[in-house]
Design a protein around this ligand. Structure first.
Ligand SMILES: *Cc1c(COP(=O)(O)O)cnc(C)c1O
Length: 395
């Protein structure tokens, strides 16, 4: 018999009843150290007091009015994001997937309104942009698209890091190129700064728009507000979600005035997108994370974690291969199946997140205390030791 919850996820047998900072309490009372943060969502940890305050204050006033009206919280968050980034304008969604949908529409409409329609969007293999019909067609990948055809046409996929394939694929027919500056689901694969720069130049040359999907790598995760800031180039369109709501469903599409020029009244909409509650929380999250002192702390903490992980790779050469990523978006490339590492960590009451390319992700709260970093390293050390012992026994 089918479970009453549609079985599209393979879930771990854990259910949490409360959380505080980087800790989650299981129904049976066990306390788990959370290095996954709801897949890079709980950027300020669980039950962050300033977010609880922002939520309860807004919740007692007004949750939803629809976009028939001006929403001051939405306006304030848009103003803040415009002030902090390359963007001139923002549209709010409730998720990363919805942001992907608008990015596709905006890019195509841009060229249409310029009088020279282009539909083709070039994306990277191993990418993840969400699970809508458009987002799966855009990312490609058998696992996501199989059985869901006919797929939305107009997407070309190039192997990650293949410059020649990219140059061949991006032509004067290309509407846009979309990349994650750091692939998350794909296994914490960093697009080097020179590649982002090259991509910008390539797009400029052929008149294509450049879209960055910063749903996972953005909002302070890398130690800069947005990951692309390291490369010193800006996109025309950028997607944000996950961390921007700190755990409340919120997403955004940021764009330059030119890239957004096709999106006139009536061309797009969302019932819930940009609601007062979500935007009040997003504004608080953005205020906290965009503070240079906060971002400096993210970098310092990332250094601590990174150094410890390099040590674990050295002391468990049969389990781990390398550490990669930027800031607190870290991948541990494994020599065993990532699921085994996740399970061994879980036995130590440590939560991690698997990804593709044999990687286990560490995406902790950006304000994780130093003591919790040390504790996570100690637990991961024990987990790797236990796993190595198990492997030796069964060899
Ligand atoms: C999670 C993710 C998405 C999809 O976001 P949802 O909120 O799950 O719809 C899109 N792009 C990237 C890079 C992501 O990590």
């Amino acid at each position: 018999m089918i479970p009453s919850v549609l079985p599209t996820y393979s879930r771990l047998p854990l259910s949490f009843v409360s959380g505080e900072g980087s800790w989650l309490v299981e129904a049976d009372g066990r306390r788990f150290l959370d290095m996954g943060a709801g897949i890079a969502v709980n950027a300020l940890g669980h039950a962050a007091p300033e977010l609880v305050e922002a939520l309860t204050e807004q919740a007692s006033k007004l949750w939803h009015v629809s976009n028939l009206y001006t929403i001051p919280q939405q306006q304030a968050l848009a103003d803040k994001l415009v002030e902090l980034t390359f963007a001139d304008t923002v549209f709010f969604t409730n998720s990363g997937t919805e942001a992907a949908e608008l990015a596709i529409k905006m890019a195509r409409k841009y060229h249409y309104e310029k009088g020279a329609p282009r539909a083709q969007i070039v994306a990277m293999e191993g990418a993840f942009h969400g699970r809508s019909t458009g987002a799966i067609a855009m990312a490609g990948g058998d696992k996501m698209v199989k059985g869901f055809g006919p797929l939305m046409p107009g997407f070309t996929h190039v192997p990650f890091g293949d410059h020649e394939a990219l140059k061949a694929a991006v032509t004067e027919e290309t509407a846009a190129v979309i990349v994650e500056p750091i692939q998350g689901e794909g296994g914490i694969r960093v697009l080097p700064d020179v590649c982002l720069k090259g991509l910008r130049a390539l797009c400029d040359k052929v008149g294509a728009l450049l879209i960055f999907d910063e749903v996972q790598c953005g909002m302070g995760r890398t130690g800069r507000l947005f990951a692309h800031e390291y490369a010193g180039v800006t996109p025309d369109i950028m997607m944000s979600a996950k961390g921007i709501g700190g755990g409340f469903p919120l997403g955004a599409v940021l764009a330059t005035e030119d890239a957004a020029s096709g999106m006139k009244a009536g061309t797009h909409g969302s019932t819930y997108g940009g609601n007062p509650l979500g935007c009040a929380i997003g504004l608080k999250v953005t205020d906290v994370i965009s503070d240079p002192a906060f971002l400096a702390e993210v970098n310092r903490k990332a250094g601590l974690l990174r150094q410890g992980l390099e040590g674990l790779v050295a002391s468990h050469p049969g389990i781990f291969e390398e550490v990669r990523g930027t800031g607190l978006m870290i991948g541990l490339k494994c020599k065993v199946a990532p699921a085994e590492v996740v399970a061994a960590a879980q036995a130590e009451e440590l939560l991690t997140v698997p990804a593709a390319d044999n990687v286990v992700r560490l995406l902790p709260a950006l304000n994780i205390p130093d003591g919790d970093i040390a504790e996570a390293l100690a637990r991961l050390d024990r987990a790797a030791g236990a796993l190595a012992k198990e492997k030796a026994a069964s060899a």
